[in-house]
Design a protein around this ligand. Sequence first.
Ligand SMILES: Cc1cc2nc3c(=O)[nH]c(=O)nc-3n(C[C@H](O)[C@H](O)[C@H](O)COP(=O)(O)O)c2cc1C
Length: 414
Amino acid sequence: MEANLFAGKRIVVGVTGSIAAFKVAGWVSDLAKEEAQVMVVMTTAAERFVTPLTFAALSGNTVHTTMFADGAAESMAHIELAREADCLLIAPASADVMAKLAAGLADDLLTTTVLAANPAAVVVCPAMNSRMYAHPATQRNLAILRQLGYAIIEPATGMMACKEEGQGRLAEWEEVKERLARRFSPQDLRGVRVLVTAGPTREAIDPARYISNRSSGKMGYAIARGAWRRGAEVVLISGPTALPPPLGVKLVKVTSAMEMHDSVLSLADDCQVVIKAAAVADFRPEVRHRHKVKKEQAADEIRLAKNPDILFTLGQCKRPGQVLIGFAAESDDLLGEGRRKLAKKNLDLIAVNDIGGSDTGFEAESNQLHLVSASGVETLPHVSKLHCAGLLLDRVVQRLTEVSPAASSRDSSA
Ligand SMILES: Cc1cc2nc3c(=O)[nH]c(=O)nc-3n(C[C@H](O)[C@H](O)[C@H](O)COP(=O)(O)O)c2cc1C
């Protein structure tokens, strides 16, 4: 899973008469780069903001602007577009088009196409002045669209083109794209609570200094993202990282190994799957100075105390049906270490990654995981961390089915 969720997907983008139409040109360009087949339908008002030529060039497809084009009777564009679409993305959605859709009107190509489509495939991204958005008529229309089964991606709050501040800005593409990725993912973790840990921990020496490691958190964040996309309820316990919070995930921020320990142990029992990708420091300074240690007064040595082994503790109190997965960052005897930790810590699986190379392990965008379990070793391909996460989650789904057969009845459709 997770190679390219957009490749080959047929996405109809309905552009309406909002000043935010120019932003959607970038969305269409990105979707085309992701190898989606993008068909753009524009309202007459939308053509006042961006030319069809722009969308045609970016999508590589003819842009549809009118219901009564030459040959319309033979091709029936509205039916064809609706029938073949994996998703109808209406962005930006004007107040006007939302009112029409709420009323079930079909007086142009876009509204007619939406009426001919499966409501579950329709995604609406409103964009308008904040007072237009807050107006009871717009809010009523939004409520009706939800009832009809259309997904709404709410506008963001901030400064708008009209120089007013409030809710109404078109949602950011990162969020919309992530929500589309979720729609195109199998929902085989729906209803499953997944706990993921990520990032390094920092072990304070004094208020200014700490001991830490090179973990960037990218692997754990990718797993959390991948699990959310597949319908899981995800809690991500993260040490300090520079990464943005993944959409839809409950993020708990911690700093030290002791904080990580307390958070994980308070939440793990409620979770069916626990994936520990964090690089928790094995040691902390025995003494944490209250004030910054002066250079002249510093000792030559820092005495260390051992931190608790969180994964070992989780293995000890693992309940039946729970799936416990560890990560090991190794630079030597990867598989030997993996096997030793698998047994010692009572894990279902351990993902060993090589931190000796420059394009795997810490900080890298890609990774190669060696999955060690009771049934042997499986070496996954060297791919992006999000792709690695998808492959690991495939094994999680398989394991869940083995430990609790009811899991196999989970809906696997998007
Ligand atoms: C400069 C300008 C910017 C506009 N921006 C928006 C907007 O962001 N959202 C909106 O709902 N309407 C906006 N409108 C009004 C719509 O273009 C108008 O309601 C139009 O009838 C919408 O038609 P459509 O829904 O068929 O595309 C704007 C109008 C102008 C002149």
